[in-house]
Ligand binder design. Structure first.
Ligand code: E4P
Length: 218
């Protein structure tokens, strides 16, 4: 399973990259706003800065909601760097835009996926990734993980190349369950990735090893 970090914060991206387990980055307009990034030129410069840190897979979301402007905006984003994946919302115009980008050989990530039907449409349009939002479904008492499982099954039935990018991953158990049901990718905050490191028996065991070593060598 690939690990993406879901942030526009450069130091978090660098820290995850330095850990050696990072396969990509997802951003969205809210995450860019959280970092205080606004205005076309600053947004583009920030995407370039993210691309300079990681090896591939930087999802950059279009703001437009009509086909012509999604294509225009997406083309500009794609030109920034080969690592850019154009992120498109799951709306009718978005499906058309995904089809267009696919025909141009430009990778897309179809975002705001909340049903298997939406995931099927995005795959048929040729999306490189679909992003079903687990946490936001859990928030309204639907099982987000069931949706991941369902989409993985459907794509498997027909051999779609579209990768299931589990999004809105809020805690380490989401990440583990994504791996169990076979999500291709999970995107989450840095704290969720580093949360995988923790186990009290590891801390206890290491403390004991170091204490025994010190005793034997004093
Ligand atoms: C996905 O690409 C989104 O940026 C993200 O995962 C949404 O997560 P949230 O529901 O925690 O905002």
């Amino acid at each position: 399973m690939k690990f993406f970090i879901d942030t526009a914060n450069l130091s978090d991206i660098q820290e995850a990259y330095d850990l050696g387990v990072l396969d990509g980055v997802t951003t969205n307009p809210s995450l860019m706003a959280k970092e205080g990034i606004s205005g076309d030129e600053k947004v583009k410069a920030h995407y370039k800065a993210i691309c300079d840190i990681v090896d591939d897979n930087v999802s950059a979301e279009v703001i437009a909601t009509d086909f012509d402007n999604m294509v225009k905006e997406g083309m500009e984003l794609a030109k920034l760097d080969d690592k850019i994946v154009v992120k498109i919302p799951m709306i009718k115009e978005g499906v058309k835009a995904i089809k267009y980008f696919t025909s141009e050989g430009i990778r897309t990530n179809c975002t705001l996926i909340f049903s298997a039907g939406q995931a099927l449409l995005a795959a048929k349009a040729g999306a490189s990734y679909v992003s079903p939002f687990i946490g936001r479904l859990d928030d309204i008492a639907f099982d987000g993980m069931d949706l991941i499982d369902q989409i993985v099954g459907i794509y498997g039935n027909y051999g779609f190349d579209t990768e299931v990018l589990a999004a809105s991953v809020r805690h380490t158990m989401h990440l583990i369950q994504c791996a169990e049901v076979g999500a291709d990718v999970a995107t989450c905050p840095l704290s969720v990735i580093t949360g995988l490191l923790n186990h009290p028996l590891t801390d206890k065991g290491l403390a004991q090893f170091l204490a025994d070593h010190k005793k034997a060598n004093s």
